[in-house]
Write a protein that binds this ligand. Structure first.
Ligand SMILES: *[C@@H]1O[C@H](CO)[C@@H](O)[C@H](O)[C@H]1NC(C)=O
Ligand SMILES: *[C@@H]1O[C@H](CO)[C@@H](O)[C@H](O)[C@H]1NC(C)=O
Length: 176
């Protein structure tokens, strides 16, 4: 009975790990914007606080950022609207005090406070999400790749994940 249960657990572990590796979600992270300060107007001598915070972190596709705030709001806007600290039609709006935003593509995301003076006083942030963060930078001529332009070999990445899952699962079965 106990070994049947262990067998079932191994299979479940296998499925869970496989799903995680396949979707890449195992590696997604959540960042709290501004750490303990949350999303609040920075002090006047620290106007670039949020961009400095963003620049310190490395965001990948599907990482999430959490904004914690009181009596304020979070808008995702275009680059122009970011510069103007104003948006009539934001891409995203939330004012519930605890906003989780998924960085669902590579590139730049522009956030501002919906309170105009707050944005002008520094409550705004550009978040840059890198493309294919996990892969090593292309090297010139040191690695022979069958792909043109050093395109990343995604098939190889996912098959090595698959191999890792197999190894972990075998390990699980041996433990039974
Ligand atoms: C991000 O998540 C979406 C939806 O869950 C998924 O389809 C996509 O493959 C993920 N992208 C990466 C790079 O993990
Ligand atoms: C990289 O390779 C290209 C083409 O082979 C060459 O023109 C270029 O100078 C190389 N760059 C470096 C930094 O070695």
């Amino acid at each position: 009975m106990a070994s049947l249960l262990n067998g079932v657990c191994s299979v479940l572990l296998f499925i869970a790990l496989f799903t995680c590796f396949q979707s890449g979600n195992l590696l997604s992270m959540e960042f709290q914007v501004g750490e303990d300060n949350g999303w609040a107007v920075p002090s006047s001598k620290d106007r670039h606080y949020y961009n400095e915070w963003a620049a310190k972190n490395r965001f990948k596709v599907n990482d999430t950022i959490r904004f914690k705030y009181k009596k304020d709001s979070v808008l995702a806007v275009s680059e122009d609207e970011y510069s103007q600290c104003h948006s009539a039609h934001p891409i995203f709006f939330s004012n519930n005090g605890d906003t989780v935003y998924t960085l669902d593509r590579p590139g730049s995301f522009y956030f501002i406070s919906g309170v105009a003076e707050h944005c002008q006083r520094g409550l705004k942030m550009i978040t840059k999400v890198l493309e294919l963060e996990m892969l090593p930078p292309p090297q010139n001529g040191t690695i022979t790749s069958p792909h043109k332009n050093g395109a990343p070999d995604l098939a190889a990445v996912s098959s090595s994940n698959f191999a890792m899952v197999i190894v972990l699962s075998l390990f699980g079965v041996l433990m039974v």
